[in-house]
Design a protein around this ligand. Structure first.
Ligand code: PEP
Ligand code: MN
Length: 267
């Protein structure tokens, strides 16, 4: 039987202070790390506004080859500093097996993005390390295919896999992607793996983030990952979909209220 189907008694774990699957992962931060000062400044905002993980991209998988590609290893060092200053765990995306070794030195969680969800060579290597892996749904993966991607990591012995719904391509073009909320409910039926929602890439629209995040919690998500920037207008990537720290704080409070209500109802 596939490993994603059956939870083991040893599958509970913490990322720093956060008990994955029990508490919500509240991940915020910029699409790209732009400088040490920037990621520390925004990281502090995330912490002060109730976030429990800081995100920041150092290796960027940009659709255009001419767009900002990220600060690379330098960026990882800055992100790690933001983690030290705030005491929060940090997450970054890697694109290449050659970056695993350096990433494990600087971050607490590794992210596999939509464009690499079916990079089986990368997934197999990530199965060999002891670090939580957030794996997004691919640009065209079905739910079953996505779970099989997760299986590649689990198979190697790394059971700290977290799925992240980031929207799928449909004919709808008002939003950047279409968030597949049914996928969240389906995954909850097919798998024990925790799943979070990325409403930023899911919609591409800051004004929809709050509603989508709340819907994600209702659907059963174990957390959310949102792009946050204090100066979205000068962000080097995805500025148009970033929300401000104040907005992140507002959403975090509403999510907490909603989660408490849902927990009390399920008792
Ligand atoms: C990101 O999280 O910055 C990102 C590139 O996301 P995705 O892989 O979902 O496009
Ligand atoms: Mn982005």
């Amino acid at each position: 039987m596939e490993l994603y189907k059956k939870k083991d008694k040893n599958d509970n774990y913490k990322i720093k202070n956060v008990e994955v699957g029990k508490e919500l992962l509240k991940i915020g931060g910029p699409c790209s790390i732009e400088s040490e000062e920037q990621i520390i400044r925004i990281g502090k905002e995330i912490k002060n506004r109730g976030g429990n993980v800081i995100r920041g991209g150092a290796f960027k998988a940009r659709t255009s080859a001419y767009s900002f590609q990220g600060l690379g290893i330098e960026g990882l060092k800055y992100l790690s500093e933001a983690g030290k200053v705030t005491g929060l765990p940090v997450v970054t995306e890697i694109l290449d097996v050659r970056d695993i070794e350096v990433a494990v030195k600087y971050v607490d969680i590794i992210q596999v993005g939509a464009r690499n969800a079916q990079n089986y060579v990368l997934l197999k290597e990530l199965g060999k390390i002891d670090m939580p892996i957030i794996i997004k749904n691919g640009m065209s993966t079905t739910i079953k295919e996505w779970l099989n991607c997760a299986e590649y990591i689990l198979m190697g012995g790394n059971r700290k896999v977290i799925l992240c719904e980031r929207g799928i391509r449909t004919f709808e073009d008002y939003t950047r992607n279409t968030i597949d909320f049914s996928a969240i409910a389906v995954i909850k039926q097919l798998s024990w793996l925790p799943i979070i929602l990325d409403p930023s890439h899911g919609t591409g629209k800051p004004e929809l983030i709050e509603t989508m995040t709340l819907c994600g919690v209702v659907a059963g998500c174990n957390g959310f990952m949102v792009e946050v920037h204090d100066r979205p207008e000068i962000a080097k990537s995805d500025g148009l979909q970033a929300i401000k720290p104040e907005c992140f704080g507002k959403i975090e409070k509403k999510v907490d209220k909603l989660q408490s209500f849902l927990m009390s109802e399920s008792e």
